[in-house]
Design a protein around this ligand. Structure first.
Ligand SMILES: Nc1ncnc2c1ncn2[C@@H]1O[C@H](COP(=O)(O)OP(=O)(O)O)[C@@H](O)[C@H]1O
Ligand SMILES: [Mg+2]
Length: 366
């Protein structure tokens, strides 16, 4: 179809006028006094505030305590030099908090200088790339430690056997020395076995996930003297799931024990179950999964170990072995599940996903 020049102009105007309403990117426009003059629907949705609520407010309503400062914005009005900040954390109200990437530039409306803020929530991308990174690191560390553990274990068996033979030739007094060699060799083998991790294949059976969790809570109640506030937030409609109940119990127990060690008297631990849909578990697309969350409102995972949390021998505690989470990860992976964590002070959540229905990528594209 041919368009006249006039038509084209009209079309262009139409698209320009409606464009910001259709954008996925959130857009805010500030006047020279740094007050909000416009918010597009994406900004309204992301900030959970209507245009009318935002209009006329200072930019600080949204960007307080971020790198978007009054000084920088005023400088932008003078120099016109746009800037982009990634990873700014926007927090407002009690519950709203997200990470965004933001581009700030100068624009002119009605012959007056304004500021255009374009931003996008990036939490999801960040989480996915962190998960992939953690998984790769975990596999590399596990393989390294497995290799090392085998190298130690083999000569250790020889050493122990030789000491046993030798002890038969010795007087009782001298046997003290060989006994010590045997005892220390056993201790080392024990450590090496734990480093090698669980080696039995999972015994899959249909289980009610809530009875599995209740067993863990029973063990917790027996083994801790302090009173621990435990909250159950179960979805009773969850069907039975095929899993190895002992392995799930062990994994959950390791996670709950960590939480107990981290929290204070006023804190609580919540066990939450839900059905999750459309998840990707180790590269496989899963339509339905059971999601078990172990949440505490304690101090959070120390920053310096967040990226390597699931490595064997990474611990933030003085007497920790750093094996609890690495073992939990192995146990969950063995049954095609996934274990991950997000944590900031006041909220630490370990999530176990167990597939209910699997759809592999190849099947899906057929
Ligand atoms: N719920 C939690 N809150 C705070 N820190 C935690 C939590 N869970 C785990 N951690 C941190 O992760 C570390 C690793 O845990 P883990 O692998 O079980 O080893 P360990 O408990 O022997 O240190 C802990 O030492 C602790 O610093
Ligand atoms: Mg532990």
């Amino acid at each position: 179809m041919l368009h006249s020049q006039e038509n084209i102009q009209q079309l262009k105007l139409y698209y320009q006028q409606t464009l910001t309403n259709q954008l996925v990117t959130a857009v805010l426009i500030l006047d020279q006094n740094l007050n909000i003059r416009y918010a597009n629907p994406s900004a309204e949705a992301l900030l959970v505030k209507s245009f009318h609520k935002l209009f006329g407010n200072s930019f600080e309503l949204i960007f307080k305590n971020t790198s978007i400062t009054k000084q920088r914005l005023q400088q932008l009005l003078v120099t016109g030099q746009e800037f982009t900040d990634s990873d700014i954390i926007i927090e407002f109200g009690e519950k709203h908090r997200f990470t965004a990437e933001i581009t700030v530039s100068a624009v002119v409306f009605n012959r007056e200088p304004h500021i255009l803020l374009e931003f996008k929530q990036i939490d999801l991308q960040k989480r996915i790339s962190l998960e992939v990174f953690q998984q790769q690191q975990w596999i590399a560390a596990r393989d390294l430690i497995k290799g090392l553990a085998h190298e130690i274990k083999n000569p250790l068996g020889g050493l122990r056997g030789a000491a046993q033979l030798l002890s038969k030739e010795l007087t009782q007094e001298q046997q003290e020395y060989t006994d010590m060699i045997i005892e220390q060799a056993d201790r080392l083998r024990n450590l090496v076995d734990r480093l090698l991790g669980p080696n039995q294949l999972p015994q899959l059976e249909n289980q009610n996930i809530h009875s599995v969790l209740e067993k863990v809570l029973q063990v917790v109640n027996f083994s801790h003297n302090q009173r621990i506030k435990l909250v159950r937030d179960y979805d009773p409609s969850i069907p039975t799931v095929e899993c190895d109940q002992e392995k799930i119990q062990q994994a959950v127990l390791n996670i709950v024990n960590n939480a107990i060690q981290a929290i204070g008297n006023d804190n609580k631990i919540t066990l939450k179950t839900r059905i999750a849909s459309n998840k990707t578990i180790n590269g496989v697309r899963v339509k339905l999964a059971v999601q078990i969350s172990i949440i505490d409102d304690g101090p959070g995972i120390p920053n310096k170990i967040q990226d390597t949390l699931f490595y064997p021998m990474v611990s933030g505690r003085k007497n920790g072995t750093g094996l609890g989470l690495s073992i939990a990860q192995t146990l969950i992976n063995q049954q095609q599940g996934k274990l991950y964590c997000h944590s900031h002070p006041g909220h630490t959540e370990f999530v176990i996903l167990l597939p209910l229905q699997q759809v592999t990528l190849t099947q899906e594209t057929k």
